[in-house]
Design a protein around this ligand. Sequence first.
Ligand code: ZN
Length: 145
Amino acid sequence: MSSSSSVVRCPECGRDNRLPAAAGGVPRCGNCHNALPWTTEAGDGDFAQVVETATVPVLVDFWAEWCAPCRVVTPVLEGLATELAGTIKLVKVNVDRAPRTAERYGVQAVPTLMIMNRGRIVAQRAGAAPGPELRRWVDEALVTA
Ligand SMILES: [Zn+2]
């Protein structure tokens, strides 16, 4: 499956940048070279390429459209991806469209959050939580990643 791309506005200079779903290293703004928040999606066909081969730690958000807590958590995670631009990559996985990936990782509930580094699960948790708690969880996982 070919990898997708998305457009991200640089928080520093406002320039739109097209980001690939899968790439080595960390994306930077083509204009000011600031590290860009990297939020993308993956499914059964491209999870390995987008997540497991990433060279930065990946925060994986297993979510579903019918899941109310997911609608609370996803914007919090997007905020974290912006705060931690250049440090992590946020990848959203819709479990209804990626059933094989959800099964492979034993996802029983949504949202399930995982931090993966080069294909290895560093931390995992289920359920919604306030932003500061999620930020602490991510910070602690990154120390061991
Ligand atoms: Zn910029």
